[in-house]
Ligand binder design. Structure first.
Ligand code: DGL
Length: 273
């Protein structure tokens, strides 16, 4: 008899984690994904660690109550930075995969040594993010320079699909980073340190410079999640990918953007953690 298919919970404050889900659907076609957009509490980036941690516990407990989870993907840099350690302590029997700004791949790619990091305030100001930077900095000052920018309001503008505001905020934050070096081209690598920002890549790319690298984390996180699942039990031969989309607020925007970005049926449900 074939082993049962995997059930994987994925959550974010809103639609940003769909960028991770897109990679997960490709990497693990034999899983049932249950995606939660915690839109009643979005954005997380300006909410503070205590509230984000409380939501992490609430959502994880609610998902485990309603679904037989094999693993959880925290598809949010802010929640990973602020809450994943607490979550792992409480749910030590559940594999939990997080998302962190891709500083290490950026350090390997940059030729100029200057890296722009766009993330939420919650991520940029977290101890975990500072430790991540410190690990890559060299004692003699020869390591990469990270130019980090807290992008207040940008995730929320993406949530609302407000193109004019997304454009304005992207310009403001990219220019603020570029102003920290003598010439804008010196920043040759950009880390998208919030899962929402991949959905602004078409606006960000020309601002960052056509030749610059833009780095996101969906693909490596999906690869890691696959390894975690295979370590639990072998992949079922006949299971098919399936998806349940849940929102803690009005699910209309989640359904619409998932349909647009992932090509899945325009369906999402209201869910209470
Ligand atoms: N998408 C999230 C992240 O990766 C959070 C955005 C927000 O809610 O502020 O940080």
């Amino acid at each position: 008899m074939s082993p049962p298919g995997y059930t994987v919970g994925v959550y974010d404050s809103g639609v940003g984690g769909l960028s991770v889900l897109r990679a997960l659907l490709v990497a693990i076609p034999e899983a049932h994904f249950v995606y939660v957009a915690d839109q009643a509490y979005a954005p997380y980036g300006e909410r503070g660690a205590a509230a984000v941690t409380e939501r992490a516990h609430r959502i994880t407990a609610g998902l485990r109550r309603d679904y037989p989870l094999d693993a959880l993907v925290v598809a949010c840099n802010t929640a990973t930075a602020q809450a994943i350690d607490h979550l792992r302590q409480t749910h030590h029997d559940l594999p939990i995969v997080g998302v962190e700004p891709a500083l290490k791949p950026a350090a390997a790619l940059t030729a100029t040594g200057h890296i722009g990091v766009l993330a939420t305030r919650g991520t940029v100001e977290s101890a975990r993010f500072h430790q991540l930077q410190q690990r890559l900095q060299k004692g003699d000052g020869s390591g990469p320079h990270f130019h980090s920018q807290a992008c207040d309001g940008l995730a929320q503008a993406i949530e609302r699909d407000d193109t004019a505001l997304i454009q304005t905020l992207c310009e403001r934050y990219v220019h603020a980073v570029q102003a920290t070096v003598p010439s804008p081209q010196q920043i040759d690598t950009w880390v998208l340190g919030c899962t929402h920002y991949l959905f602004a890549a078409d606006i960000l790319r020309p601002l960052c410079g056509g030749q610059a690298h833009l780095i996101e984390t969906g693909t490596p996180v999906a690869r890691r999640t696959r390894e975690v699942l295979l370590a639990l039990r072998p992949s079922p031969a006949h299971a098919h990918a399936s998806l349940t989309l849940l929102s803690t607020a009005d699910p209309t925007m989640l359904a619409r953007l998932a349909h647009r970005w992932l090509g899945v049926p325009e369906q999402a449900q209201l869910w209470q953690a």
